[in-house]
Design a protein around this ligand. Sequence first.
Ligand code: AHM
Ligand code: MG
Length: 324
Amino acid sequence: MNTLNQFLAQHLPEHKLPQELASVLESVAAACLDINAKVCLGALSGVLGMAGTGNIQGEDQKKLDVIANNIMIDVLKANTNIAGLASEEEDTYVATHENGDYLVLFDPLDGSSNIDVNISVGTIFSILAKPEGALTTESFLQKGREQVAAGYVLYGPQTQLVLTVGHGVFVFTLDDANQFLLTKENPRVPESTKEFAINMSNQRHWFAPVQQYIDELLAGETGVRGKNYNMRWVASMVAEIHRILMRGGVFMYPQDKRDPSKPGKLRLMYEANPMSLLMEQAGGASNNAIEAMLDIQPTGLHQRVAVFMGSREEVEYVYHLHQK
Ligand code: AHM
Ligand code: MG
């Protein structure tokens, strides 16, 4: 079985991708190993509970949000191939090495509400080539389609790294010697599904197309869709997307009527875009009900976006309801 390093040494040259990218991916994986060690020990490493601080997005930070963010920044800063970093937990970007070729954007610990109750959480990352010239916020504001690599690490019953460099999706499982081993190549998201994921408690706030869509799914075989659906909601995007990559489904976090300044809850640059690249690479689809996620021109590092992704048939169906 190939280790992550062996895989990168073969796969990147096969697709004419530079070794510097392998080095960046190895650093991301190394940081995630350190985060994994903290997550696994939980109370024993004193990482549970609130940090008593907030991030730029007005969210209270958990201790582990802050610890994971510091680990990512410390480990990635040491890699001279990286020119800059952007994190969910940092107000602005962090400049690292002037001559670096890559930018790394990340959510250091996604699904924070699950940390203290021992439910799966994850780290999501997106890698872009650094444009020519001085590093500015604009350097990061590239469409999702420009990502040179993207993936996540799921801290769950198994710790898994799921990765794409734009040529398929690869799943690695952490072994007891702390090595990521390639355990699955090119999972495919089935076109059809009978499983959906949405936070139903927000139902009264949804706009009409999402109301109609979920009503149709709930009607099951007595409704227009003619089949019974099952629902899952972990409240950890990484766990949700991993399930969909493995067996199909549709994941939604729509914009709703509560706060017109927030087009959804999830963030484009380090949540929606990396997950959308994985989805497309696995045969799934992803959009914000207006356009393909990967075609959205970003306007801010922490921009929020509505999310519909997963099995193509459902993602296209709900997209068409929005166009009516
Ligand atoms: P976070 O980055 O603050 O952890 O928030 C993102 C998470 C996603 O993992 C998940 O899909 C969603 O928020 C759950 O939201 P809710 O608690 O509204 O169900
Ligand atoms: Mg997040």
